[in-house]
Write a protein that binds this ligand. Structure first.
Ligand code: PLP
Ligand code: CA
Length: 302
């Protein structure tokens, strides 16, 4: 068993943390925004970090949008963030397929929303499925079977509000009958916060349905898997010990940072409370925690 982690320290000296790294990776929901609402003090904090020469990168597990669509979202919230700084799990799926030289004459079946389709398209991969399959009913061929495309060589599963039995069966056929067909998950978040009123079934629930019929474990490309971290380290030529990963969720963001060998900062502006952090049941301890990223503006060197 792993040794008990050192409990997270309350961040008291933001300057020291800022000085100790060259890059900040920010999770989005719960850190930068909550749903469609900007979190207080974010623009000023990002400006401060940029003025100190820090590289800023934004990584979200939400696969429903493409990088370009997130660029628009940042802009609509008044944040000047370049598309090149944004890495969504929709993009991660396409980047992963590129990294393994997935053949361009094979097809990708998508359970998920528009973001994944756009990113696959940009990378030049043939795809089928997506939101429009949400209206499809199973059509039985004479002999009582459902037809599927034998050229599907990978299935990508992300959060999908158009999920149905057609998609599960289609995907099950691909995995069981197409030799070597890959099963890629953008993320496995159990719940998400589409609205503040309640928790909503997250991308992990779509992955789970597919897992149930095939018993094949997915390859996860979003947080906490190391794929994006390796990708970012290579792309920007950064050593991961020079990165601080900032997130609101222990089992995705903080684990992502720890798996990558980064410094980690948990913010309490999202899904994790200080009670959860300090509960004896919690095994994931960030290096530091603080209320929100705008604390960087007020915490001074001790
Ligand atoms: N997936 C979905 C569908 C979401 O709505 C969210 C948050 O809104 C997430 C994942 C988590 O996103 P992030 O990694 O930015 O916290
Ligand atoms: Ca988050």
């Amino acid at each position: 068993a792993a040794a008990a982690a050192v409990p997270a320290a309350k961040l008291e000296d933001a300057e020291a943390l800022i000085d100790s790294v060259e890059t900040f990776i920010f999770d989005c929901d719960g850190v930068i925004w909550k749903g469609d609402k900007l979190i207080d003090g974010v623009p000023e904090t990002l400006d401060l970090l940029r003025s100190k020469g820090k590289r800023l990168v934004f990584v979200t597990n939400n696969s429903t949008k493409s990088r370009k669509q997130y660029g628009k979202k940042f802009e609509s919230l008044g944040l000047s963030v370049n598309e090149e700084e944004i890495f969504a799990s929709s993009f991660a799926a396409a980047a992963y397929l590129e990294s393994i030289d997935f053949p361009k004459d094979k097809k990708v079946y998508v359970i998920g929303e528009e973001g994944i389709l756009i990113e696959l398209e940009l990378a030049g991969f043939q795809h089928l499925g997506g939101p429009t399959d949400g209206d499809k009913k199973i059509e039985l061929k004479p002999g009582f079977y459902m037809e599927h495309d034998k050229d599907v060589g990978a299935v990508v599963v992300g959060f999908d509000r158009y999920f149905n039995y057609y998609k599960v069966q289609y995907r099950t056929l691909c995995i069981r009958e197409n030799p070597g067909c890959l099963f890629i998950a953008t993320n496995r978040d159990a719940v998400t916060h589409l609205t503040d009123a309640q928790e909503w079934a997250g991308g992990g629930s779509m992955v789970g349905a597919v897992l149930g019929s095939t018993k094949q474990e997915p390859l996860v490309v979003g947080k906490p898997s190391t794929f994006m971290m390796d990708y970012l380290a290579k792309k920007f030529g950064i050593t991961t010990s020079q990165i601080c990963m900032v997130g609101d969720r222990l089992d995705t963001d903080i684990l992502f940072g720890q798996n990558g060998g980064c410094k980690t900062l948990l913010v309490l502006s999202g899904v994790t409370s200080v009670e959860t952090l300090q509960s004896p049941n919690n095994t994931i301890q960030p290096d530091f925690y603080t209320n929100q990223i705008s604390d960087f503006l007020t915490l001074k060197a001790a």
